[in-house]
Write a new protein. Structure first.
Length: 503
């Protein structure tokens, strides 16, 4: 049944939204959190066959014992510091007991009442330049679960599926879960704030170099908590938790949808069920998951096979000294370095393309050229396909494409054709251009012959140009470009046409 939605502005007149976010970051270490099994979040182990990155601990076999990944601890401390958190002198792992087919031990090793990092805050910036402080309650270490694939049915979920498959490659991947305190005062900015916060977390993670933070791969996942309370009421409303939203745009849309859905229910005298919700990218809606209580009994108890984590003050200060600049400061620096206008820079930010434009510039492209490709052609293709532009092509390939244009090997039109091939997986821009025969024709005699043929077909054009109507050359240039399948340099063709007219 389709949810009834209230107009967003009307919902904000009647109710105050209170937000909260739980962001899971997969750390890109070579091995898993508590074993030597390869970590699928590391670039060397992407796209492997299911159940090949496993060991006795990943599979929960009796007698297997965990050993803490020291690099994952360093990464976790660095992330906690970047979030402005205090780092605990001693933190402890616990067993979070629950049964799912993708948790073969029947418990998850996590941190409960003694997290590695706590009491922090992150500054984010909205589109109009306003800064908002997001309070961080904790950041704790844990291991990921495996992955279930439900086969059959129309939704890809367990309801209606014929059977389910489980892949334990992801079981044991190092995670840091970042939990905010309740966020008040977002008001009409709530959807944008949600997107900006997750973007800030991703920027921090990328700048630390601890994860690829690709949401489409699940390296970074957000659970968005939304509740509403009537204007003037002190008691918090009942919250829902929309799980594992996997793009910035979806985070924004999911928060907006939940505000509108909950407002319609409350205005009609109904009550909100405290539950998890699933986000559906295709329909832009959420649906009910499982009922969830604040008092879920996971029967936490200290992990008996692991000692407390007690980082030295020297290590903490060493990692603090290596912290990169904060996202707000970084944005302002990049805007100045690139020489973008406010509108140009906001186009990049709104399209969630800051990191790919930065990577493209780092790969050798001029800032304006990098911006043009990502906010132009790549944004168009991404919108058509309903995906993030960053998933289409590597920044280095965009920089290579622009280099081929700058060298005169490709025209803009040919470069767009080469880009199609790169997106289709045909290789690098140079390889696609060679395979498709897209290089610009530089043979002067061939260009002159093509111009003479076009002029012969339009004998009145020469006289019009000689009479001062230079724009008439456009018809000849168009004919030449068509005859040469776009592989001529239009500027050089124009020069030849004008030379013919003056001779």
């Amino acid at each position: 049944m389709k949810d009834k939605l209230m107009d967003f502005d009307r919902a904000l007149e009647l109710f105050e939204p209170v937000l909260g976010f739980e962001v899971h970051v997969e750390l890109g270490t070579r091995t898993k959190m508590f074993s030597a099994a390869p970590n699928p979040a590391h670039p060397d182990f992407h796209d492997v066959e299911p159940n090949t990155l496993v060991d006795p601990l990943s599979l929960g076999l009796p007698g297997s014992l965990p050993v803490v990944n020291a690099l994952a601890v360093r990464h976790s401390i660095a992330l906690g510091l970047a979030l402005g958190c205090e780092i605990a002198e001693s933190s402890r792992f616990a067993r979070k007991n629950y049964f799912y087919p993708d948790v073969p031990k029947n418990y998850q090793i996590s941190q409960y009442d003694e997290p590695i990092a706590f009491e922090g805050q992150v500054e984010i910036e909205l589109a109009d330049g306003r800064q908002v402080t997001i309070p961080i309650e904790r950041a704790h270490m844990e291991e990921d679960a495996g992955k279930l694939t439900h086969v059959g049915g129309s939704t890809g979920r367990i309801q209606g599926a014929e059977y389910s498959l489980v892949d334990y490659n992801r079981a044991g991947v190092p995670l840091v879960e970042i939990v905010t305190k309740p966020i008040f005062g977002a008001e009409h900015d709530a959807p944008e704030l949600a997107k900006a916060y997750v973007a800030a977390i991703r920027d921090i993670v990328l700048s630390l170099g601890i994860s690829e933070a690709r949401m489409e791969r699940g390296n970074l996942r957000c659970d968005a908590n939304v509740s509403l309370r009537p204007r003037g009421q002190e008691r918090l409303g009942t919250r829902t938790e929309t799980k594992n939203v996997n793009s910035m745009r979806s985070v924004e849309r999911a928060v907006r949808y939940e505000i509108q859905r909950q407002a319609a229910i409350l205005a009609d005298g109904g009550t909100i069920t405290q539950e998890t919700r699933h986000w559906h990218e295709d329909t832009g809606t959420t649906s009910a998951g499982r009922v969830k209580s604040d008092a879920d009994d996971y029967r936490y108890f200290p992990e008996p096979d692991l000692l407390p984590v007690q980082p030295s003050r020297e290590l903490v200060e060493e990692l603090r000294a290596l912290l990169p600049e904060q996202p707000v400061a970084r944005r302002r620096r990049l805007k100045g370095d690139w020489g973008f206008s406010d509108l140009e820079f906001q186009d990049v930010v709104n399209g969630d393309m800051l990191h790919v434009v930065e990577a493209t510039v780092a790969a050798g492209a001029a800032p304006q050229a990098a911006r043009k490709w990502w906010t132009g052609e790549l944004a168009r293709v991404a919108n058509e396909r309903g995906v993030d532009a960053s998933t289409l092509v590597e920044p280095a390939h965009v920089a290579e494409l622009q280099r081929l244009i700058d060298e005169g090997t490709l025209t803009d039109r040919l470069a767009r054709q080469a880009l199609e091939g790169v997106i289709a997986g045909e290789g690098s821009p140079s390889e696609v251009a060679a395979a498709r025969g897209l290089q610009v024709v530089t043979d002067e005699s061939a260009l002159v012959a093509a111009v003479d043929e076009a002029l012969a077909a339009q004998p009145d054009v020469l006289q019009k140009i000689r009479d001062g109507k230079v724009q008439a050359a456009g018809a000849v240039i168009g004919a030449v470009m068509k005859a040469m399948r776009g592989q001529a340099d239009a500027a050089r063709v124009r020069e030849i046409v004008l030379e013919r007219a003056s001779s």
